[in-house]
Design a protein around this ligand. Structure first.
Ligand code: AMP
Ligand code: MN
Ligand code: MN
Ligand code: MN
Length: 283
C-alpha cells in the first residue's frame, strides 16, 4: 500500500442502503472510484452488513478499503456518533456492541411509533419495519413514511416536527454509554473516532469536556472535517485534535445525492500538515 501522503482523496465516513444511504455498497464504491477517491471506508450506522460487498467491489478496482462502522452512543444524555475504523470484521467486542445496538433500534422504533401515536398520528411501526427491510431501522424510515402519507412536506419537516432529538426527548437514554463503548473497544486495535464533533448541541467548553472524556476512555481520534463544515469549525477541530492528542479523520458522511455539496470524497479542505492523520500509519 502506498504511503499515506500519496492518497489523493480520502473518505472515511459514508453510508449505503444497509443503513440509511441511498446507494448499495457496490454503487457507493463505484461512485467513490468515479470521484477519484483512493482510500475509502463504509461506515453504516450500527451494522457491518455492507462491508463484504463493498470491499469485494473495492478490490476489483484496487481501491484501498477500510472496515468501518458508525456506532450510536450517548454522553450525558446526548446522542453521540462514534466512527470505528480499521478493525478486523470478526472482532467479538465490536460484534457484541453491534448486536446490542440493533436490538435497541427495534425497541426504540416501537417507542417512536408510540410517541407519534400519542400526537395523533397513525401507528407506523409495522410499515417502518417493512420499509427498513435489510437496512438499519431508524428515524429516516419514519420520516419517509410521514412524507409518503402527506403528513409532512419533506424529511426535514418530519425531523423538525416529530423526530428531532428535542422532539423525542423522552427517548434520551436509549443508546449505550460512550464510556462503555470506548472501554470495550479500546486496546482492540480499532480506531475510535468521534464523528462530526460540531453537530452536537455543545458549547466549545462542553466539547472540550467531551474530548477530555473521549481521550481518557480510549478514544483515538476525531473527525476534523465532515462534509460541508464551515472552514472556521475545521480550524478549531484541527487545534482541538492536537490539544487533546486525538488523530484526525475526515469524511463526507455521504448518504446520497441530496444537494450540490454532497459527494463521496467531498469535505471542507483540511490542513494536513497541522494534524496527525489517522491513516498515516495504516498498511
Ligand atoms: P437514527 O439513526 O435513527 O437516529 O437516525 C439518524 C439519521 O437520520 C442520521 O444519521 C441522519 O442520516 C438522519 N437525520 C438526522 N437529522 C435529520 C434531519 N434533520 N433531516 C433529515 N435527516 C436527518
Ligand atoms: Mn444517517
Ligand atoms: Mn452521524
Ligand atoms: Mn454518518
Amino acid at each position: 500500500m502506498p504511503e499515506a501522503a500519496s492518497y489523493r482523496k480520502v473518505d472515511l465516513h459514508t453510508h449505503s442502503t444497509r443503513s440509511d444511504g441511498r446507494l448499495s455498497p457496490t454503487e457507493l464504491v463505484d461512485l467513490a472510484v468515479e470521484q477519484n477517491v483512493s482510500l475509502f471506508a463504509l461506515t453504516d450506522h450500527d451494522t457491518l452488513d455492507g462491508i463484504e460487498e463493498a470491499s469485494q467491489r473495492a478490490s476489483e478496482y484496487g481501491l484501498s478499503f477500510v472496515n468501518g462502522i458508525e456506532l450510536s452512543t450517548q454522553w450525558n444524555g446526548i446522542p453521540l456518533h462514534m466512527v470505528a475504523l480499521h478493525f478486523e470484521r470478526d472482532n467479538s467486542a465490536l460484534l457484541s456492541i453491534v448486536a446490542k445496538n440493533q436490538a435497541i433500534r427495534l425497541d426504540r422504533a416501537r417507542r417512536i411509533a408510540d410517541l407519534l401515536v400519542r400526537q395523533g398520528l397513525p401507528d407506523l411501526f409495522d410499515e417502518a419495519v417493512a420499509l427498513a427491510g435489510e437496512s438499519q431501522l431508524g428515524r429516516p424510515h419514519f420520516a419517509t413514511l410521514l412524507v409518503e402519507k402527506g403528513l409532512v412536506k419533506d424529511s426535514n419537516k418530519a425531523f423538525d416536527r416529530y423526530l428531532g432529538n428535542k422532539r423525542l426527548g423522552q427517548l434520551r437514554d436509549v443508546w449505550p454509554e460512550l464510556e462503555d463503548v470506548l472501554t470495550d473497544l479500546s486496546g482492540e486495535n480499532v480506531e475510535l473516532i468521534l464523528a462530526h464533533p460540531k453537530r452536537y448541541p455543545l458549547t466549545v467548553t462542553k466539547l472540550k469536556r467531551l474530548l477530555s472524556d473521549f481521550k481518557k476512555w480510549g478514544g483515538t481520534g476525531i473527525e476534523i472535517a465532515s462534509g460541508n463544515e464551515r472552514p472556521d469549525s475545521v480550524r478549531l477541530l484541527e487545534r482541538l485534535s492536537q490539544e487533546f492528542g486525538l488523530k484526525a479523520s475526515v469524511g463526507s458522511d455521504y448518504h446520497g445525492p441530496f444537494g450540490p455539496w454532497m459527494q463521496v470524497g467531498k469535505f471542507t479542505q483540511i490542513q494536513e500538515s497541522k494534524v496527525d492523520l489517522v491513516w498515516q500509519n495504516w498498511a
